[in-house]
Design a protein around this ligand. Structure first.
Ligand code: AMP
Ligand code: ZN
Length: 468
């Protein structure tokens, strides 16, 4: 299996640190709002990487954090007049709902930065002891120049960085020994969440969070560290410096980065007004369509989001689900139980599609080609199955189709989607039941809707509903 390593700028053969096991860390979102469709890209891409390793029989320990202490969270909390904790808890819960909709498996562990502060303090203390960090007025900085490998991931050299140093000088940080030094711990400002430390009441810098959480849940050395390409510098470069300086070992063997998602060929940003959350997309499309769309491109190529491409993804996915439906329909009516010799020979030919699928995935997770292999299998399934097929043959085809689509995280079960009109009709029936004081019936309707993902809210203006 080959994967592109940002560290060496080449595709490399994957060799695990420990036979049969993969230790993988993916930087998670900062939780101050609903996740946007850009954040969804690394989630879907690296979940697919994980699923492929599992398909190959690896035991994957997959860790992805939530950054739940950050300036943006604090700002949002002040705006709403609530605590930072309330903001981060709310958006972690919402993020998990979106992940479920996109069929992103929960990580083995989802650590929260705020619950790992003592480990971070220990790591910072170790860095100070080794001379890699120093304290000034309650702030602790990493001594970048002391780490001689600095720049090895982003392929930058210190002198180039130095010439751009003005941009590295942040207000209030002019006490640094060197403009390249970055923050490990900072004192609190009034009203900010803070923790006690040997240096000041304050909070950790963003980079140290991942170094510590990765170490705690995966050990000092891991196989794969991943995230979006914007994280290469400075976030991942700084993580390497901290972890390797503290532990004295190579941190991650392979560094994987997904390219960005743009909207209508422009960068997605709040100021351009083209910012889309996953939740908004879920109001128009099943999130499986979003997942299918993301996998239709290679993860290292920029991907452009547009309504047309989503429609095309919707029909692509439909083709696969239709083929599975067709097999299920034929299975219900099949006369013969066991495969004939001809069918056994026909089934043996599907090996070709499995091979094409695996070849694509093993070439740095080329999901676009893997999807093409699934389409070829769909075509083959449609043309070789009919009313005369045996149940066994149909079952085998369906099992194979399910197995491959499952690696991509796509489900071939048709989801029963309730139409707006059906929902409205049930709501009316519930209102009538309540009027007649038949509360058992009214509650039963509410539960039935909830099971289908429809949430009701009784307001003074009447009943409002939304898809959860
Ligand atoms: P953040 O919450 O900004 O730290 O982002 C969480 C993850 O989403 C990181 O891995 C980012 O690199 C990634 N990410 C953010 N925006 C985009 C985008 N437009 N396209 C692809 N990945 C993104
Ligand atoms: Zn990180």
């Amino acid at each position: 299996m080959k994967l592109y390593n940002t560290l060496s700028k080449r595709k490399e053969e994957f060799t695990p640190l420990e036979e049969g096991k993969v230790r993988m860390y993916v930087c998670g979102p900062t939780v101050y709002n609903f996740i946007h469709i850009g954040n969804a890209r690394p989630m879907i891409v690296f979940d697919t990487v994980r699923r492929y390793f599992e398909y190959k029989g690896y035991d994957v320990n997959y860790v992805s954090n939530f950054t739940d202490v950050d300036d943006k969270i604090i700002k949002k909390a002040i705006e709403e007049g609530v605590t930072s904790d309330e903001i981060s808890k709310r958006y972690i819960a919402e993020c998990k709902k979106d992940m479920e909709g996109m069929n992103v498996k929960p990580a083995t562990t989802h650590p929260l930065a705020t619950e790992e502060i003592s480990g971070m303090i220990e790591m910072i203390s170790a860095l100070i002891e080794k001379g890699y960090a120093y304290e000034k007025n309650g702030t602790v900085y990493f001594r970048t120049r002391k780490f001689s490998d600095y720049g090895k991931l982003s392929h930058k050299n210190l002198d180039d960085l130095r010439s751009g140093e003005r941009s590295l000088l942040v207000t209030g940080e002019d006490e640094k020994e060197d403009p390249l030094d970055f923050v490990l711990w900072k004192p609190k400002k009034e009203g900010e969440p803070s923790w006690e430390s040997p240096w000041s009441d304050g909070r950790p810098g963003w980079h140290i969070e991942c170094s510590e959480m990765s170490k705690k849940y995966l050990g000092e050395q891991i196989d794969i560290h991943a995230g979006g390409e914007d994280l290469v510098f400075p976030h991942h470069e700084n993580e390497i410096a901290q972890s390797e300086a503290a532990n004295g070992k190579e941190f991650a063997k392979y560094w994987m980065h997904n390219a960005f998602l743009n909207i209508d060929n422009r960068k997605m940003s709040k100021s351009l007004g083209n910012f889309r959350t996953v939740r908004e997309i879920s109001e128009q499309f099943d999130l499986q369509v979003l997942r299918f769309f993301m996998l239709s491109a290679h993860y290292r190529s920029p991907l452009n989001f547009s309504a047309d491409l989503m429609e095309a993804s919707k029909s692509g996915l439909e083709r696969i689900v239709n083929a599975a439906d067709h097999l299920r329909f034929l299975m219900g009516n099949a006369k013969a139980e066991k495969m004939s010799d001809e069918e056994a020979a026909a089934y043996a030919k599907t090996e070709e599609y499995v091979k094409a699928f695996e070849t694509a995935m093993e070439d740095d997770f080329n999901t676009a080609d893997a999807v093409a292999a699934v389409f070829d299998l769909v075509k083959y399934s449609n043309t070789t199955s009919n009313e005369g097929s045996s149940k066994e043959y149909l079952e085998k085809l369906l099992a194979l189709l399910t197995k491959l689509t499952d690696v991509l995280g796509l489900t071939v079960e048709r989801k029963e989607e309730m139409l707006d009109a059906e929902i409205e009709k049930l709501i009316e029936e519930r209102q009538a039941a309540r009027k007649a004081k038949d509360f058992a019936r009214a509650d039963a309707i509410r539960d039935e809707l909830l099971e289908k993902g429809i949430v009701l809210k009784d307001t003074r203006e009447g009943v409002q509903w939304k898809r959860a």
